[in-house]
Ligand binder design. Structure first.
Ligand SMILES: C[S@@+](CC[C@H](N)C(=O)[O-])C[C@H]1O[C@@H](n2cnc3c(N)ncnc32)[C@H](O)[C@@H]1O
Length: 248
């Protein structure tokens, strides 16, 4: 699978430090840099995951919790949500937001590694990853872990920026404007340069669909968002097949 070697050389401590550094202005940056579209993309991902009737949802790389909060508003879903992130500072911010919204009883935020999920097999009905997979040291391992903790018939939803051919306007925005605005608001010299590079070095949407098939998700449904700026992809962990009939 064509995962850029640079992704595999990524240092998780460095990634966690970078998100800790930008955490105070992370939400604001999302709104500004996506022209307010990030909420629309998360809502679409939630709808595609069909949360009505689910009991437990795991939001990996939850950051400040916006995808988890979006699930908590979904019609027909009144179950529990666990948000996991390896940046303590992002988790603290997510907890504070949950408390302010009186959601602490329903959404728990904990520190933890998406590549080694501290939960039993088959525990969740839905696993989500919003704009996080690109940052994983080993995305394939993250998907295998998501598959392990999903119940048969459970769904994985990923919303992210994938590698794709960009039109000249988009390239200009991503190469010139985004890193400058990102640096100005976040005060981190490198974080939004990293965002650009991580998108370039990531999988294309079609490669990602193949990777989901190869780790055992079937079927996989892909939707392009805002004319292909982002994509939302849902893969289902097949329900276990009934065993062969036993002789009476
Ligand atoms: C771009 S933020 C996404 C946050 C949130 N999901 C959203 O929709 O805004 C990426 C997050 O992934 C987290 N992260 C990256 N690799 C991780 C890993 N292996 N385990 C847990 N969290 C991870 C980072 O700490 C960061 O908070």
């Amino acid at each position: 699978m064509a995962i850029d070697q640079k992704l595999l050389e990524r240092d998780p401590d460095r990634v966690a430090r970078m998100f800790t550094e930008i955490s105070p202005r992370y939400d604001l940056l999302n709104r500004v840099l996506s022209f307010g579209q990030d909420g629309v993309w998360r809502r679409k991902a939630v709808r595609m995951a069909r949360p009505a009737g689910a009991h437990r949802i795991l939001d990996l790389a939850t950051g400040t919790g916006d995808l988890a909060f979006e699930f908590s508003r979904a019609e027909g879903f009144d179950g529990e949500i666990l948000g996991l992130d390896f940046s303590e500072e992002m988790v603290c911010r997510a907890r504070r937001k949950a408390a302010a919204r009186h959601l602490s009883a329903r959404i728990q935020f904990r520190t933890g590694d998406a590549l080694d999920i501290p939960e039993p097999d088959g525990w969740f009905d839905i696993v989500s990853i919003g704009f996080g997979l690109r940052n994983f040291l080993d995305p394939e391992r993250g998907l295998l872990e998501a598959h392990r903790v999903l119940a048969p018939g459970g769904r994985l939803v990923v919303v992210d920026f994938f590698r794709k051919r960009e039109n000249p306007m988009m390239r200009l925005y991503l190469d010139q404007a985004l890193p400058r605005i990102g640096r100005w608001i976040s005060r981190s010299p490198s974080a939004y340069h990293y965002l650009r590079e991580s998108k370039k070095g990531f999988l294309s949407p079609d490669e990602f669909v193949s990777l989901l098939h190869s780790v055992g998700f079937q079927p996989v449904v892909l939707e392009s968002l805002s004319f292909g700026v982002a994509h939302s992809i849902v893969g289902t962990k097949p329900a276990s097949r009934p065993g062969p009939p036993t002789a009476a």
